[in-house]
Design a protein around this ligand. Structure first.
Ligand code: SF4
Length: 288
């Protein structure tokens, strides 16, 4: 990842309130808010800018979110019962479910996905039991009836298939080149540094823009330190996706390594199948 620039074009701003919403530098917003009225008001006025909405209120209330086309809505239910109760309208709304209740067995997730609801585990995957994580990955890869994504596995596999440069940092909304976490004072590269008031940019409310702060970028320092501090990462086949995320403030990356290896094997199998299909199909499907 390169060093920060002050070009804000195309970057994501992660906002929890409406304070900066009409700043001209802000083009793409991930709006994290639990008040339905606020969400619907800003979505009506600034919907073009709002790319994602994260809502951690009551599941029933989430159904009142007026989702616009191409928006991703992620809800954070506290109970499995609530999801089951409202499964039909949640499916119709096409919301992503990010569980915040304890996920202890495969069925905690498979029951959600079997009802046609997309699941996102990125925020809890590091806390899940190793074996359970692998079971979930196996379920995602090999359950023929599954027709919704289970994240982050799905994005990793699809990004391999499309040769895109999706990384675990991006999936966790942490990348000093891409995501700015905001409060009323400034922009920071992660929720942690935002909470510690380590700002990369300070807000000029009058001019409705941002001024570079003198603060260092802890993430940039981490990336710069990798060749010396994490030589094994530099030689790791998953470095292009992981970039040492799995060892950031953690002692072991064994679980992530196993998941990434399994996804790489699945990718290879899919590619081989695609090649086999192309070579052995006698009657080609009509082209439109
Ligand atoms: S999987 Fe582990 S070794 Fe590989 S890049 Fe990530 S943290 Fe480094």
């Amino acid at each position: 990842m390169s060093s920060q620039t002050n070009n804000f074009k195309g970057k994501y701003f992660i906002l929890k309130d409406t304070l900066l919403i009409d700043f001209p530098d802000i083009e793409k917003i991930i709006f994290i808010n639990n008040h339905i009225d606020t969400i619907n008001e800003i979505n009506q006025e600034y919907g073009e800018k709002i790319k994602q909405i994260h809502f951690a209120g009551e599941t029933f209330d989430s159904l009142k979110i007026e989702k616009r086309e191409n928006q991703l809505i992620k809800i954070f239910p506290r109970s499995k019962k609530e999801i089951i109760k409202f499964a039909k309208p949640l499916k119709e709304k096409n919301f992503f479910i990010s569980p915040t209740f304890p996920v202890q067995i495969l069925e905690d997730i498979s029951i959600i996905s079997s009802m046609g609801l997309a699941v996102d585990l990125i925020h809890i995957i590091d806390t899940l039991d190793f074996k359970l994580t692998l079971n979930l990955l196996d379920y995602y890869l090999h359950n023929a009836s599954l027709n919704v994504p289970i994240e982050p596995f799905h994005t990793i596999l699809v990004s391999k298939l499309h040769r895109s440069t999706q990384t675990l940092w991006n999936m966790n909304l942490r990348n000093p080149d891409q995501f700015y976490h905001c409060d009323e004072t400034g922009l920071s590269e992660s929720p942690e540094t935002l909470n510690n008031a380590q700002y990369q940019y300070l807000i000029d409310h009058q001019a409705k823009t941002f001024k570079r702060s003198t603060q260092n970028s802890p993430l940039q320092s981490y990336f710069n330190s990798l060749p010396k501090a994490r030589p094994k990462c530099m030689a790791c086949p998953h470095f292009h996706i992981c970039i040492a995320w799995a060892l950031y403030n953690k002692d072991s990356c064994q679980k992530w390594k196993k998941c990434l290896t399994t996804l790489q094997e699945a990718f290879r199998e899919l590619k081989a199948l695609e090649k086999f299909d192309q070579e052995h199909t006698i009657i080609k499907p009509p082209s439109h």
